[in-house]
Design a protein around this ligand. Structure first.
Ligand code: ADP
Ligand code: GLC
Length: 470
């Protein structure tokens, strides 16, 4: 079976968050199941593209409204990722250093989708399933259903995965003419709240849509950034499939980004050694528990609550704990964290994106805090489990599906329900208590490291889903 994944990110080519991790791993596991899984993504001027070999497999030109553009489809020669990787390069549009946040982002991703479909049609490439990820590729199900230009693809199933329903790719109707050979009557399939909404359109036009955890699928019915009613209408097409993790990349025993590798039997000393290194680097106290937050500093992740929470817990647990933050995002949140860093002992933050440091922190932290308002799946808690780091999570979305509280049967994490500061303070207090119970702490670490959240199971679920459509 030939499945083509379309995505804005794919690790290690380009990653801004969990989408990159998923698209860098799932196809590899699908190849392991005997499928022919491929990824098509925009070209970015990044280390990966500078250091790997590509061949041009197709070259053509197309149109974005009144504007013509040339494009190339570059295939990675060695398949180093374990699957075929195709990059769409468009001069002055898809050849830049960053993945997101250019003012012409809409033009970038619409041109990307047009170029991919043009390439498939022109080369008669056999595709059995288009698997589109998030709003950046959400127009594909619409285009293959409603554009005359792509009508030979109309019978090819499309699956759309919602990694994050908060970002929908809204664009004004003045850009409707970007979409080639579409009748005005089919505009309803693009529409939501008076604008073109690629995420809503994908949900309407795809054959099946998936969410990255079963709980998130339920939540979308009452919390979907304006699309609640749509999810109610289309629920017959929905499936919740929990993300997995790439256990080759995320393995404390072999992780080349760690100075001290460890496994279940050596977790205590392994984590101590890594912690000593990170604490020395960030001026923290290695004899005290290390709490961390890793991620995008945005409201969705509850990052706006961090400063108030940190002030409160440092007051209550004076001299007893460390807190280290790795993240970037909202400039106001970044600024307040930097201010606190100046006067609070045993607190530090690294504002920026650093893949290596993230691995080192997963390995050295004792606890990871995830106070997310919305968490479609969350990968941080899954990486933490693998590295013996106890997750403290708000009970929402994928966090609810993957973390069992220590007070429940077979539990290994700490859960809380609301973002009330006192509720989070209480959760941290439970963690401090657990840290002091060394025997229990180490037993829980081992128990977590035994859990299997690899892609093996979920890759099969996607396979079954594709088969049901063919
Ligand atoms: P999301 O995709 O919503 O950001 P996930 O939990 O699914 O959340 O995935 C986040 C991914 O991005 C993880 O691999 C995490 O380690 C990584 N990450 C987030 N922020 C940073 C950062 N500042 N530096 C390095 N890695 C980061
Ligand atoms: C999104 C979600 C996150 C999820 C990731 C990968 O960015 O915010 O919860 O883990 O996608 O699916």
């Amino acid at each position: 079976m030939n499945v083509l994944h379309l995505s804005a990110e794919c690790y290690p080519v380009a990653k801004a968050g969990g989408l990159g991790d998923v698209v860098g791993a799932l196809p590899k596991y699908q190849v392991g199941l005997g499928m022919h899984a491929m990824v098509a993504m925009p070209f970015y001027d990044k280390k990966f593209t500078q250091t790997h070999q590509f061949e041009c497999v197709h070259k053509s030109s197309s149109k974005l409204g009144y504007r013509s553009f040339d494009f190339e489809v570059l295939k990675e020669k060695e398949n180093t990722l374990g699957f075929e990787l195709y990059l769409i390069k468009i001069p002055d549009l898809l050849d830049r250093t960053e993945i997101y946040s250019y003012p012409d982002e809409t033009e970038q991703f619409v041109a990307f989708q047009i170029a991919v479909l043009d390439w498939i049609i022109a080369t008669n490439k056999q595709i059995d399933v288009f698997h589109c990820h998030d709003n950046h590729t959400g127009l594909v199900p619409f285009l293959i259903k409603h554009s005359n230009k792509y009508k030979s693809l109309a019978t090819t199933p499309s699956v759309f995965t919602i990694h994050n329903g908060e970002y929908q790719g809204w664009m004004g109707w003045e850009k409707f003419h970007y979409l080639p050979e579409v009748n005005a009557e089919s505009g309803g399939a693009l529409e939501w709240n008076n604008c073109i909404n690629p995420l809503a359109s994908a949900v309407k036009c795809c054959w099946k849509y998936t969410t990255v955890s079963p709980s998130y699928l339920e939540e979308l019915h009452y919390k979907a950034h304006g699309l609640e009613f749509l999810f109610e209408l289309e629920k017959h097409k929905a499936v919740g499939i929990l993300n997995g993790i790439d256990v080759d990349v995320w393995n404390p025993k072999t992780d080349p980004m760690l100075s001290h590798n460890y496994q279940k039997t050596t977790v205590k000393t392994g984590k101590e050694q890594n912690k000593l290194e990170v604490c020395t680097k960030f001026n923290l106290d290695p004899t005290k528990p290390l709490f961390t937050f890793i991620g995008r500093l945005v409201i969705e992740k509850g990052a706006d609550k961090l400063v108030e929470l940190i002030r409160e817990i440092f007051l209550r647990h004076q001299g007893e704990i460390n807190f280290l933050i790795l993240g970037s995002g909202d400039k106001a949140i970044e600024a307040t964290l930097k201010e606190v860093q100046i006067y609070l002992r045993n607190f530090n933050c690294f504002i920026g994106y650093d893949e290596v440091l993230s691995h080192q922190i997963y390995a050295s932290a004792d606890f990871i805090l995830m106070p997310s308002r919305v968490e479609p799946c969350g990968l941080n808690q899954l990486y933490s489990l693998r590295y013996g780091t106890i997750p403290i999570v708000r009970s929402t979305g994928g966090l609810k599906d993957t973390v069992i509280d220590i007070n429940d049967k077979n539990g290994y994490g700490i859960r809380f329900d609301s973002l009330e500061i006192m509720e989070m303070v209480y959760a941290i207090g439970r963690a401090v208590q657990l840290y002091q119970d060394t025997k229990n702490l180490n037993q829980i670490r081992k128990q977590m490291m035994d859990l299997d959240f690899s892609w093996t199971k979920s890759a099969k679920e996607y396979y079954e889903l594709y088969k049901s459509l063919n």
